[in-house]
Design a protein around this ligand. Structure first.
Ligand code: ZN
Length: 95
C-alpha cells in the first residue's frame, strides 16, 4: 500500500524561504529548522529539487553540498550536516 502525501503548503513555504535568499545554499537539516518543517518533508522537497524540472523552475539541490549555516559554524559541524543541500537560483521570484 502506498500513500502519496502531497508536499503542498509546506513545500511552498520551504521554497519561498529559499527564494528570499537566492544563491544561498542550505543543507536539509538547517533548512528544516529555518522553516520549522519536518526534516523528512524538506528532504523529499530536496530530492525533487534535484530534477531537471526543478532546475528549470529556478532551484537546484545536490548531495553533500555547502550550507550557509553549517559552514559558518566551522568544520566541527560538518558531519552533522544534512545529506543534501538546496538553493534557489533566484529566477522564480515574481513581482
Ligand atoms: Zn546546514
Amino acid at each position: 500500500m502506498t500513500r502519496e502525501e502531497p508536499l503542498g503548503l509546506e513545500a511552498a513555504v520551504a521554497m519561498q524561504f529559499l527564494d528570499r535568499q537566492p544563491g544561498e545554499w542550505y543543507c536539509t537539516d538547517c533548512w528544516a529548522e529555518a522553516v520549522d518543517i519536518d526534516p523528512r518533508t524538506v528532504y523529499r522537497v530536496a530530492v525533487l529539487m534535484a530534477t531537471e524540472e526543478a532546475v528549470a523552475a529556478g532551484y537546484q539541490a545536490k548531495v553533500g553540498g555547502p550550507c550557509k549555516i553549517c559552514d559558518a559554524m566551522g568544520s566541527k559541524t560538518a558531519e552533522m550536516k544534512g545529506f543534501r543541500s538546496v538553493q534557489s537560483l533566484g529566477r522564480s521570484v515574481k513581482g
